[in-house]
Design a protein around this ligand. Structure first.
Ligand code: MN
Length: 262
């Protein structure tokens, strides 16, 4: 336990050092962050939007729909084929198309990564702020979602992520219970998340609509889409059953890689 704790502490120190260097090297054009801070007021948590997120392709405008990393019927045990097809081919494509439309008149924003856009949406010009928040968030969230699932997933994580979850939540079962509760209790549409928060501390949070924890200075590691479009054909109003089935297809290898890349 103590050994693992010291590994985490080294990771946190390293991460804080990297963040400090990155902040000091920021170009003047990233004023958005400053604006966000002043709007948030004194005492707000300060953060710089990450340029990249572990597990997220380093895309810039024009954005494209990533392929599913498995066949649409591969997760049938937990998520039916038609839901996967509609969810990926129509909903996710809709976010990609909407984001490209929104950024078309803004060449200066077209050079930014998806993580920079979504992480810093609050500081964007009024005319694109909401579109980037919703469609950019939708593209980012789903781009992380598909690879976090696998037909050979489920079970429990291993390695340093397993250690970190146990240190933070006591047992894997306690983590799973809290994550399920957070996801199940999202009112309306949104997501449940395992994130790396302040100081690298693991946290469980939820976000409304297509918001991503990045916008609050946290790095997403695992997200669960609890919009009705993600489960309604098979589960109708039984979101809890969908959340339960999700645990059978979580790709812990992928989540573990994201954690180790922090
Ligand atoms: Mn969705």
């Amino acid at each position: 336990m103590w050994l693992n704790q010291s590994i985490l502490n080294r990771r946190q120190v390293l991460r804080a050092s990297i963040a400090a260097v990155a902040a000091s090297a920021l170009p003047g054009s990233l004023k958005g962050d400053e604006a966000g801070r002043s709007r948030a007021g004194a005492g707000a948590i300060l953060f710089t939007p990450l340029q990249s997120v572990p597990g997220l392709p380093d895309q810039r405008y024009p954005f494209t729909l990533p392929d599913l990393p498995y066949a649409a019927d591969a997760l049938e045990a937990a998520i039916d084929t038609q839901t996967m097809q509609i969810h990926h081919d129509r909903h996710h494509q809709g976010y990609v198309s909407g984001l490209n439309r929104a950024l078309e008149p803004y060449p200066d924003l077209q050079t930014r990564t998806l993580a920079e856009l979504v992480g810093g949406w609050e500081a964007l010009p009024d005319a694109v702020r909401t579109a980037v928040r919703n469609t950019g968030g939708g593209h980012l969230n789903h781009s992380l979602f598909w690879p976090s699932l696998s037909p050979s997933g489920g079970g429990e994580p291993s390695g340093v992520l397993d250690d970190a979850l146990r240190i933070r939540f006591g047992t894997f079962g306690a983590f799973r219970e809290e994550f399920s509760r957070a996801s199940g209790s999202v009112f309306g549409s949104g997501w449940g998340w395992l994130v790396s928060g302040a100081g690298g501390r693991l946290e469980i949070v939820s976000t409304p609509n297509q918001d991503n924890p990045l916008s609050r200075g946290m790095t997403p590691l695992l997200g669960l889409d609890v919009w009705e479009h993600a489960y309604y054909l098979r589960y109708q109003n039984r979101r809890a059953d969908y959340v339960q089935a999700f645990w059978d297809i979580v790709n812990w290898d992928e989540v573990g890689r994201r954690f180790e890349a922090l």
